[in-house]
Write a new protein. Structure first.
Length: 202
């Protein structure tokens, strides 16, 4: 992403931080940047805090970002992958706090985000809807989020739903990264899609 001007001294949001792998990678890729990492899973949050404890430029937050300020539940996955945020409790799923990104930025006096990374197991649009204020102010330069091309896969957001939403919000699609293919007959399993703010990069 250096070729589009994202190099250093950035304000980065890592939404769905898991164990801190991406935040750690961003530290190496974008020097002297401030990173806010969000992970609602108590177990994964503890791992992220431990893994990122020596990174003084990263702040870890143990709540989810979404469309509304509310209490929700986090499903229990079969592996160490993060569960999905749901409205109703399933199989004793733990309760979690959900906050709008707009509200967080207002409280923290954050006026702009250079890179918003989102990997929240199919809830990417909910996070984006909770970011409407920052989006409307053209305060977000770039958005990198996980998606797929199978509308029936509920574990990932459908690319064209995200594309349609962000196209209406003055973002252009820039490219796909980290593409994972399950099989020749299935095609792309999931990937990361990069969208750029037209006003910022024009």
């Amino acid at each position: 992403m250096h070729n589009i001007g994202l190099r250093q001294n950035l304000n980065i949001f890592d939404v769905g931080a898991h164990k801190g792998q991406t935040s750690s990678h961003f530290c190496k890729l974008f020097s002297h940047s401030l990173i806010n990492a969000f992970e609602p899973s108590p177990y994964l949050f503890a791992e992220a805090e431990k893994n990122l404890s020596n990174r003084k430029n990263i702040r870890c937050h143990n709540f989810a970002l979404g469309e509304a300020d509310e209490e929700a539940y986090l499903t229990r996955p079969d592996s160490d992958l993060c569960g999905q945020v749901v409205k109703a409790q399933e199989n004793n799923s733990p309760s979690i706090l959900v906050r709008r990104l707009d509200g967080f930025c207002k409280i923290e006096n954050i006026s702009a985000i250079d890179l918003l990374k989102i990997d929240v197991e199919g809830n990417e649009l909910s996070v984006l809807k909770g970011t409407s204020g920052m989006i409307n102010k053209n305060a977000i330069r770039a958005i990198l989020l996980e998606c797929d091309f199978n509308k029936d896969d509920k574990q990932h957001s459908y690319f064209f739903d995200v594309f349609d939403f962000l196209s209406e919000e003055n973002f252009c699609f820039h490219g796909l990264f980290d593409v994972v293919r399950y099989s020749p007959s299935y095609g792309i399993g999931f990937c990361n899609a990069l969208f750029l703010n037209r006003s910022v990069f024009s």
